[in-house]
Design a protein around this ligand. Structure first.
Ligand code: G3P
Length: 220
């Protein structure tokens, strides 16, 4: 399973990439706004730190504009940048065109299995169902991942990876893993939570304290 970071904060990418387990990064216009920095500069810096796919999102709503933006981003930014487009009919047109040119496309804002299927048929490299935002409106976001994975199992010829997005807590990640999602993207906080356990902390504390006793007794 691929683990992606969902951020536009370069320092966070550096931190998680240094662990050696970061497979890619996703950004979106809201995360770029939060960073307060220049879009292309941020993407370039991130793509130089992490050599996996880095999603840069277009903001045009018509296919022509999306294709133009996608081609520009691909020509100006490092090779590992892929283009994120919204899941609309115009987004499908752009996905088909960009993917036919060998450009990786991540189709975002997916809230139904039918949208995921259409994006896959258009040639998307990734489809991004938003788990947390479905939970937010009182439905079960993980059901969507389960449904998409069941469809994918029926059609092994589908090469599009399912990228679970809008992840809100570590359990979401474990559930996605059990359902066979190919990829999940999460905020830095969740990467840290995935590694944290109070028994690890108290275990280290006890080992260190016992070792100090061994040293004090001159047995080391
Ligand atoms: O990058 C897209 C997605 O992960 C957004 O998550 O928390 O804004 O719903 P969230």
């Amino acid at each position: 399973m691929e683990l992606f970071l969902d951020t536009a904060e370069v320092d966070e990418v550096k931190e998680i990439a240094s662990w050696g387990i970061l497979d890619g990064v996703t950004t979106n216009p809201s995360l770029i706004k939060k960073s307060g920095r220049d879009f292309k500069k941020v993407i370039k810096e991130i793509a130089e730190i992490c050599d996996g796919p880095i999603s840069a999102e277009v903001t045009s709503m018509d296919s022509e504009g999306m294709i133009k933006e996608g081609l520009e981003l691909k020509s100006e930014l490092p090779e590992n940048v892929i283009i994120k487009v919204p899941c609309t009919p115009e987004g499908l047109i752009a996905t088909k065109e960009l993917s036919s040119r060998g450009i990786g496309v991540n189709v975002t804002l997916i809230f139904s299995a039918s949208q995921a299927l259409m994006a896959a048929k258009a040639g998307a490299m990734y489809v991004s169902p938003f788990v947390g935002r479905i939970d937010d409106i009182g439905h079960e976001g993980m059901d969507l991942i389960a449904q998409i994975m069941r469809i994918w199992e029926q059609y092994p010829e589908i090469e599009t990876k399912v990228l679970a997005a809008s992840i809100r807590h570590p359990t979401h990640i474990l559930e996605c893993l059990q359902l066979g999602a190919h990829t999940a993207t999460m905020p830095t906080k969740i990467f840290r939570q995935l590694m944290k356990h109070p028994l690890t902390d108290s275990g280290i504390e006890r080992f260190l304290s016992d070792w100090a006793d061994v040293e004090n007794a001159g047995n080391a």
